[in-house]
Design a protein around this ligand. Structure first.
Ligand SMILES: *Cc1c(COP(=O)(O)O)cnc(C)c1O
Length: 405
């Protein structure tokens, strides 16, 4: 997945363009910047590469989600339906605009189960936010249909699936708005950064103002801009945008290597009948930044994860070990509403209810799922070695656990 694996002369050149003028800010200073507008250039490249009308860069993917929600008028008390498996940024953004995160089960797409979404709709529901986790996509046709029927906003958190597509359209450009993150471990990195993509001019104009203190950007200079509404500072800097510009030009290379390496590793697991793979609603659109697969039972998966850990083999399971950032079972600070400042009474109440909420369907998937991040730097020889070791570990665990499985 990470673009930082292909970092070099191209990024340095773009950054140097900015350092030579010394104009690190994306707005103003028209004379001294000598025609260097990296943020604008990157926004234009994003609209062209991903096929959307408008792109507004931000300082992070979290800021992009927050901005998109504000621009879509999602605010105090509005319910946003989101999956139990995501990165914490998704609910941080919902809470920061005063809205209520409504967590629901995932299915084997590793994101929103459309039936669970339907069941969670109330008169307060305003938005459905699928998170295209680990490089692949939600069942977007089903979610779009639900949004249409119930007059809801569809906001795609596509932060982890840069370059993925659904029925020929880029993930992140299909809903009312969508976001990417360009943080350090994403497919394209700016160091830190993000983007709101939309085909709706109104959402774009509002995103543009919101990320810059509400400036309407219509004045003869910054001092003359009007502030039609509140905004914040979620601006990206020219330095960060410059890095992203070099990275986006390499996206096709990143994707073709990801797809090749993913396929090669997958072949070792496909040879084992007990292994099944994540459901991908449009196989051709998988960005292949991860290889996500399942063993038949929770017990076998737990045993395999322990075996892989012992052997020091790279493989991720967000349920048993990997980290504390991605699955509800680990989000204690969310479930205890542990906030430095006071949340709204309604937000607090909903979060505390998560302590007793059951996510049985999600548990049954997450406890059997392994998501392996695909490196761009693996050689064929390294993939062969990894594939053989991984397959041997799976076979060993299956053989040792035949009685209990
Ligand atoms: C990375 C990520 C974000 C945003 O992250 P930033 O680090 O703020 O750029 C949001 N959602 C998901 C699913 C992510 O993986």
């Amino acid at each position: 997945m990470p673009g930082f694996e292909f970092f070099g002369a191209e990024e340095r050149k773009e950054v140097n363009d900015v350092l030579e003028t010394g104009i690190l800010m994306r707005y103003g200073f028209d004379g001294p910047r000598k025609g260097i507008w990296k943020a604008q250039e990157l926004e234009k490249a994003i609209t062209e590469v991903f096929g959307c009308k408008y792109a507004q860069l931000t300082s992070s993917g979290t800021a992009a989600l927050t901005t998109a929600m504000a621009a879509l008028h999602i605010g105090a008390g509005d319910e946003v339906i989101m999956p139990s498996f995501t990165f914490v940024a998704s609910f941080e953004a919902v809470l920061s605009v005063g809205a209520i995160p409504v967590l629901v089960d995932i299915d084997e797409t590793l994101t929103l189960d459309p039936a669970a979404v339907k069941a969670a709709i109330t008169p307060k529901t305003k938005c459905v936010m699928p998170v295209h986790m680990c490089g692949s996509m939600a069942d977007l046709d089903a979610l779009k249909q639900i949004c249409r029927e119930h007059n809801l906003i569809l906001l795609e958190d596509a932060c982890q699936s840069i370059g993925g597509t659904y029925k020929g359209k880029a993930l992140g450009t299909i809903g009312d708005a969508g976001t990417f993150s360009f943080d350090f471990v994403k497919t394209i990195t700016c160091g830190e950064g993000g983007v709101v993509m939309t085909n709706n001019e109104d959402v774009y104009v509002k995103s543009d103002a919101y990320t810059d203190h509400g400036h309407d950007h219509k004045g003869v200079d910054r001092g003359a801009d009007l502030h039609p509404y509140l905004g914040y500072n979620f601006r990206i800097s020219e330095l960060h945008a410059a890095v992203g510009l070099a990275q986006i030009r390499k996206l096709d290379t990143f994707l073709s290597i990801q797809r090749k390496n993913n396929k090669a590793l997958r072949a070792y697991l496909e040879a084992i009948p007990e292994v099944s793979f994540r459901k991908v609603p449009d196989e051709a659109g998988d960005s292949c930044s991860f290889l996500s697969w399942f063993l038949p039972t929770e017990a076998l998966t737990k045993a395999l994860v322990a075996e892989l850990k012992e052997q020091g083999i790279l493989a991720g399971n967000f349920y048993w070990y990997a980290n504390n950032w991605h699955y509800i079972s680990k989000w204690d600070h969310l479930k205890t509403a542990a906030s430095l400042n006071r949340l709204s009474a309604q937000q607090e109440q909903v979060l505390l209810q998560l302590q007793t909420a059951q996510f049985t369907a999600s548990d049954a998937i997450m406890s059997r799922c392994i998501s392996t991040s695909i490196s761009l730097l693996w050689t064929d020889e390294q993939i062969r070695e990894k594939g053989e070791k991984l397959a041997a570990a799976v076979r060993k665990v299956l053989a040792n656990n035949t009685v209990h499985a």
